[in-house]
Design a binder for this molecule. Structure first.
Ligand code: GFB
Length: 312
């Protein structure tokens, strides 16, 4: 169990996940949270990260910083997704170990699993087959990060462990049409559509979506455990085809636009449902259904747009 006075470094606090983790920590009474903006600390610079850890000496680090994006961004720039995410993972995890940080939670993604993994995907499917090509760079970097945590835990007795969330959405999402993930992109497309919206692929791919506040609760849950598993999946268990998601977003936004599919764009991995029996057996469960979450996400989009804080 973490002390309420523990000094907790949240890397990536301006992102959707880091922001949700900071809100959850504050709500749970953790007031000693340390953050750095990108301009204050470049996580790609190993020396800067080491200097930061040595100056701050946090008790706990939560690594929510990453270059993230949807299928368009990943497939166009696998090299950048590999390089930046590898550097962030190595610098934040290795730097923490070198500075004596005793506990660290590393966040990845279920795209670490093989493209044709058994569904729902159990944690032990890791490294059993080839990865999905559209996000191979991102996946390789995240696999390195979680393995570094595992090795450090085994070799140095540090309590470094990882969570692999499924596709996330919610407050503070990125609504960039070309680079965003499917759910926020669809919200923006339907919110701004006149007569029709053009969606990518065939709509047949199947995805599982988890509200970011449910992930933040899972992070606090994992951090409360004295002996957490090295790796745990975090998902909602609720699967939809992209076609069903499109209809649900259309309803949630109140749009009447016609949906047109651009099948020259990739579908990506055919199905990606993670097996969450491990984390559920230990006591965590999601609370926000996709229907409720979509209503919250549309409200967030409108509020962020009105406030001028939206990431487009
Ligand atoms: O969230 P997304 O971009 O990425 O979802 P992945 C892609 C699925 O939604 C594909 C379809 O089947 C697309 O064909 N889609 C339909 C659209 N219309 C759109 C649209 O307007 N925009 C987008 N983006 N997709 C990501 C990985 O994979 O998942 C990351 O690239 C990460 O590395 C993340 O793991 C969680 O689910 O395929």
């Amino acid at each position: 169990m973490m002390e309420k006075t523990a000094k907790i470094f949240v890397a990536g606090h301006r992102g959707m996940v880091g922001g949700a983790v900071c809100r959850a920590l504050a709500a749970a009474g953790y007031s000693n949270v340390v953050t750095r903006t990108h301009s204050e600390l470049d996580l790609l610079d190993p020396a800067a990260v080491r200097t930061f850890y040595e100056a701050e000496r946090p008790d706990v680090a939560v690594i929510a910083a990453a270059r993230v994006g949807g299928i368009g961004a990943n497939s166009a720039a696998n090299s950048r997704f590999l390089y930046e995410n590898e550097m962030i993972a190595m610098n934040t995890v290795w730097g923490a170990a070198e500075a004596g940080v005793k506990r660290l939670l590393f966040l990845g993604s279920t795209c670490i699993y093989p493209r044709m993994a058994p569904q729902p995907i159990p944690e032990d499917a890791l490294l059993t087959g080839p990865l999905e090509k559209t996000n191979e760079g991102y996946a390789l970097a995240k696999i390195s990060g979680l393995k570094l945590c595992e090795f450090l835990r085994r070799e140095r007795g540090l309590l470094y462990h990882s969570l692999m969330p499924t596709n996330l959405y919610g407050q503070g999402d990125n609504y960039d049409i070309e680079h965003g993930h499917v759910l926020p992109t669809l919200i923006r497309k339907f919110e701004t559509a006149k007569d029709r919206v053009i969606l990518w692929g065939t709509g047949s791919a199947i995805r599982e979506f988890l509200h970011v506040d449910d992930l933040a609760a899972a992070c606090l849950f994992a951090l409360s455990m004295d002996d957490p598993p090295d790796l745990m999946n975090v998902g909602s268990g609720e699967e939809v085809t992209i076609r069903e998601l499109a209809e649900a977003v259309k309803t949630a936004t109140g749009s009447t636009a016609e949906i047109v599919w651009d099948s020259t764009k990739p579908d990506g991995t055919p199905r990606k449902l993670c097996d969450t029996s491990l984390i559920r057996s230990l006591g965590w469960a999601p609370k926000i259904s996709l229907k409720e979450g979509l209503a919250l996400a549309v409200a967030s989009y409108r509020a962020e747009l009105a406030a001028g804080t939206i990431r487009l």
